[in-house]
Design a protein around this ligand. Structure first.
Ligand SMILES: *Cc1c(COP(=O)(O)O)cnc(C)c1O
Length: 371
């Protein structure tokens, strides 16, 4: 077999539903020398990474670390550690990722009560209060903060109070919000949360930051059965990520990916959380006014800043436009997912990709493509 030519990926502008563009600073961090996963120098880098994650999650939860794997591994880690066969849970579904959460819960042996609303809509506090009243024996309620399949933002403060007053754990997917929208784990009473590196953290895919509250740890410690997944069993992972002194080997940490996450979190904290959220809001407004000028309309009423989902005008081949954007302008945007397949474009404004240059370039390119 002949050896393929050297790797030479194009420098695309990534404005789809993830991954987002990764900065040179983060890419350089990946290229630093690989250390052993028990090397004291590496352990220090890892501790610093976990500490910065706490700041970005706005939590003091000691049990905060990056799961090895993408966002779905974080979802699975939350589910398999908190749910035991026979448990009753509530899952809120208004798009693809709520549906995946339900599937994960069922695989872990839970009886899943769902609250479903049309795609693109966000849940009212009343809808959640009703579900909690109807299924009072549920152990937890799971919801998606930023539903990437529809672009809908979910307000969490009212819901959190309802869920916790009912004595249930509150589990939240923040894969498309962490680092782009405000996420306050402690203030919002979130017990279990997961995210992903390749969306608003602008790090390559491969890690899933998670955090568990003391209440969630109590629940894990009271388990009657072993966690069904060996790889994602937090009771063992804690001894490596948070062990005092002697760090117990569980699996080899993805060392260079942790370097990348450490660098991307440092970039976020240098910018400042408030300034970063304001930048995402401003870029969303700039994009939104430009898209509306082109005659495109947003699908969700409560749009995310980080993911902009607009309807494809009648008679337009959405796939052909995306292909032209990619081939002629090196810009990637996303198509519709699930119910919105063929009917929507999803434009990401995540982390390093959320810049005035990118927004104005995309608007000019789209105008050209739409003729
Ligand atoms: C992207 C995404 C996931 C899954 O993350 P992967 O990194 O693709 O595994 C889960 N939830 C939401 C809301 C997402 O946007």
């Amino acid at each position: 077999m002949s050896v393929p030519p050297p790797l030479n990926p194009r420098e695309r502008i990534l404005m789809g539903p993830g991954p987002s563009t990764v900065s040179q600073r983060v890419l350089r961090a990946i290229g630093a020398p690989t250390l052993g996963h028990l090397d004291p120098q590496y352990i220090e880098y890892m501790d610093e990474t976990c500490q910065m994650l706490r700041e970005v999650f706005q939590t003091t939860n000691p049990l905060t670390f990056p799961v090895s794997g993408t966002g779905m591994a974080g979802m699975e880690a939350v589910v398999v550690n908190l749910v035991e066969p026979g448990d009753e849970v509530i899952v809120c579904i208004n798009g693809v990722f709520g549906g995946r959460m339900k599937d994960n819960m069922e695989r872990a042996g839970a009886t899943v009560n769902t609250v479903e609303i049309p795609w693109g809509e966000s849940f009212s506090d009343d809808a959640i209060a009703e579900a909690v009243q109807q299924h009072p024996k549920s152990k937890l309620l799971g919801i998606v903060h930023a539903e990437t399949s529809t672009g809908a933002l979910q307000e969490l403060t009212g819901i959190s109070k309802i869920v916790r007053d009912a004595g249930m754990l509150f589990a939240v997917d923040t894969v498309t919000s962490l680092g782009g929208h405000e996420v306050k784990v402690d203030e919002w009473g979130i017990d279990a949360i997961y995210s992903g590196t390749q969306k608003c953290l602008s790090c390559p895919p491969g890690l899933s930051p998670v955090s568990f509250s003391p209440r969630a740890i109590e629940c894990m410690e009271a388990r009657k059965s072993k966690v069904q997944s060996w790889y994602l069993d937090v009771s063992m992972l804690r001894n490596y990520y948070l062990g005092s002194g002697g760090r117990a080997y569980h699996h080899t940490a993805p060392i260079n990916m942790v370097y990348a996450l450490r660098e991307s979190l440092a970039i976020i904290l240098e910018e400042g959380l408030e300034a970063r959220f304001a930048r995402h809001r401003d870029m969303h407004r700039l994009l939104r006014s430009g898209l509306e000028e082109l005659g495109l309309s947003y699908i969700p009423e409560h749009s995310l800043h980080t993911l902009n989902c607009v309807a494809v005008p009648d008679g337009i081949d959405e796939g052909a436009i995306r292909r032209r954007l990619l081939e002629e302008y090196d810009i990637e945007i996303g198509g519709g997912l699930g119910v919105f397949a063929g009917k929507a474009w999803r434009i990401g404004l995540m982390g390093h990709s959320a810049t005035r240059r990118n927004v104005l370039t995309l608007l000019a390119a789209l105008k050209d493509c739409l003729g």
